[in-house]
Ligand binder design. Structure first.
Ligand code: DX5
Ligand code: ZN
Length: 216
């Protein structure tokens, strides 16, 4: 049985960036476990977000671990900057690295928890060779690039297949709400990234506690 603690990671992509400190405080005080930060480069995904300078400010706004999701080509070029800015967990995409093994080794050498992620269309077999090297597998449950999309139910099978083969944390990211969170939890997911579902609520604390109940 999976007895690991379930972790809730609000994605600040859906927060009001003009009030970022308050937005982070609201979910921090709402007893979430991590802050999920989506980094996009306009190449790997058709959207552009933030980089190390903003992460440095986020780092000052909370003591919670920063779960940094790099949707960027060849992240190996900038891992050091992301780590120095305060990233605790660093997740790279298997599709975005020429040398995945070397990239993961670099994340570990920098002292961060290492994660690997895959797009919905990418077969699980592509991350299989790296399972013994990472702490976390982040299963994209929407096409990476934007918040507020609808959960792809077929991704539940990926969680189900991966669970018995992987001892680390399985994260689900995209379209997570009370219902899809509950379904992913039943398949054995550990980390629940939720952006729009949390930040569209006025009472983030109440929603986080409902989500915790749904996934427990
Ligand atoms: C999408 C990002 C997600 C996104 C989730 O590329 O990786 O973390 O913010 O947002 P919601 O929960 O709104 O689908
Ligand atoms: Zn993400």
């Amino acid at each position: 049985m999976n007895t690991r603690k379930k972790l809730i990671a609000p994605s600040i992509l859906s927060a009001d960036f003009s009030r970022l400190r308050d937005e982070i405080s609201a979910v921090d005080q709402g007893n979430c476990d991590l802050i999920h930060v989506d980094v996009m480069d306009g190449h790997f995904v058709p959207n552009l977000t933030i980089g190390p300078p903003v992460i440095r400010w986020i780092r000052k706004a909370t003591k919670l671990p920063l779960d940094v999701h790099l949707m960027i080509e060849e992240p190996i070029r900038s891992l050091k900057e992301f780590r120095e800015a305060g990233s605790d967990w660093i997740t790279i995409h298997v599709e975005a690295c020429r040398d995945v093994r070397k990239t993961i080794a670099e994340v570990r050498a920098l002292g961060a928890k290492s994660g690997i992620s895959l797009r919905p269309k990418t077969d699980l077999s592509l991350v299989e060779p790296y399972l013994s090297l990472v702490d976390l597998v982040l299963i994209m449950t929407v096409e990476p690039g934007f918040g507020g999309q609808v959960f792809i139910p077929e991704m539940l099978a990926k969680v189900r297949t991966l669970r018995p083969r992987f001892d680390g944390l399985i994260s689900v990211d995209g379209g997570i709400n009370l219902e899809t969170g509950r379904q992913a939890a039943q398949e054995g997911a550990d980390v629940f990234v939720a952006g729009s579902a949390i930040f569209r609520e006025r009472d983030r604390k109440a929603y986080i506690s409902q989500l915790r109940q749904a996934i427990s």
